[in-house]
Write a protein that binds this ligand. Structure first.
Ligand code: NDP
Length: 329
């Protein structure tokens, strides 16, 4: 089998040279373990942080070793009663063709409930991030006006649709191309703009002339600054990600209008998905229903072949994805 190793650490934007495709023997599962052949893997923005040698909420990838991340595999051999060959499982050892897994951290998925890929998207951590960010972190209330950035991406496109389903009065999304803006309107966003057209602050003021109550932040930077200007009294910001700065080589300046948090009594709250797993059951129940009824739609951008996983990841950082970026092995 093959796996993708971290060849070197990027300074600024990563390149293909930072990755290395390596041929390795297919490993043997030990007692209590299983061997899977991966069929699908996820590339995610947080992986950029793990390419740095910096302490964070997940350990850095090691040089000369395989990267890892969310994946779905088919069980090839099992040394545990819990799984049988042919089972489809979700696990954390992506970026490789074959993986040996412990029972712990491996979850069987049911391909009759939803397409397999949905477990790496709307039905998985991506969906839960959007759901928890809106409901737990931003305490969304019916009637709120909501702004979502990176809205044509995996988390953002779900966040916008969930906000509508939960009674938001107006949902505005931003994205990096006119085509993505068109797709957002198709998904039911009330307004959407291309953030490359003019300053975000101006576009947001036009799209939400009466202001916003909630900002779901995937981007940081100019988007966060614009949102602070647009937020109304007691507005809330769920800080999910700040992708605009993941490749920065120097500390980036904070929003220049942060003092608005005082006069408007704003709440800005960062969060990690892992702290909201208590919502999972409720989330899966609600999301399964929405997907079944067609009330939530989702896009995927699928790249073929493990050897193309590095370019899929680089493409994700550049915005080449509509919806979830996935690699099919
Ligand atoms: P996306 O599918 O949204 O892909 C990333 C998108 O970011 C790209 O498609 C691109 O779209 C956009 N983007 C890239 N650079 C910029 C920029 N400089 N300014 C504005 N937009 C940019 O990825 P995910 O849905 O997986 O993740 C979205 C965010 O959520 C990320 O910030 C991620 O780190 C965060 N996240 C946080 C979690 C948590 O627990 N807190 C869990 C999961 C994700 P475009 O063409 O529009 O520029």
């Amino acid at each position: 089998g093959h796996e993708v190793h971290l060849a070197s650490r990027p300074h600024g934007w990563p390149t293909l040279e930072n990755f290395h495709l390596v041929k390795v023997p297919v490993p043997d599962p030990g007692p209590g373990q299983l061997l899977v052949r991966n069929v699908l893997m996820s590339v995610d923005p947080y992986m950029r942080g793990r390419m740095n040698d910096a302490k964070s909420y997940t350990p850095p990838y090691a040089l000369g070793e395989a990267l890892d991340g969310g994946a779905i595999g088919e069980v090839v051999a099992s040394e545990t009663d819990a799984f049988r060959p042919g089972d489809l499982v979700q696990h954390g050892k992506g970026w490789r063709e074959y993986a040996v897994l412990d029972e712990r951290g491996t979850h069987r998925i049911d391909p009759t409930v939803a397409p397999v890929s949905a477990y790496l998207g709307p039905l998985g951590g991506i969906g839960l991030t959007a759901y928890a960010g809106l409901l737990d972190v931003a305490a969304l209330q019916p009637g709120d006006a909501v702004f979502v950035s990176a809205a044509a991406g995996a988390v953002g496109s779900l966040a916008g649709q969930i906000a509508k389903l939960k009674g938001a009065s107006r949902v505005v999304g931003s994205a990096g191309s006119d085509e993505k803006v068109r797709r957002l309107l198709e998904l039911g966003f009330d307004a959407a703009f291309n953030y490359r057209d003019q300053p975000v602050r101006r576009s947001l003021a036009e799209a939400a002339p009466e202001g916003i109550d909630v900002y779901f932040d995937n981007v940081g930077g100019d988007h966060l600054e614009a949102a602070l200007s647009a937020l109304r009294l007691h507005g809330r910001v769920a800080i999910c990600g700040m992708i605009a700065q993941y490749n920065a080589t120097e500390p980036v300046p904070g929003p220049r209008n942060l003092a608005l948090t005082i006069s408007k009594r704003l709440t800005l709250r960062g969060f990690l998905l892992h702290d909201h797993l208590g919502l999972r059951e409720q989330f899966v129940g609600e999301m399964s229903g929405w997907l079944r009824d067609g009330r939530i739609r989702y896009h995927e951008t699928v790249v073929e072949g493990l050897e193309n996983a590095p370019s899929a990841f680089l493409g994700l950082l550049r915005g080449e994805n509509l919806g979830k970026m996935l690699v099919r092995l």
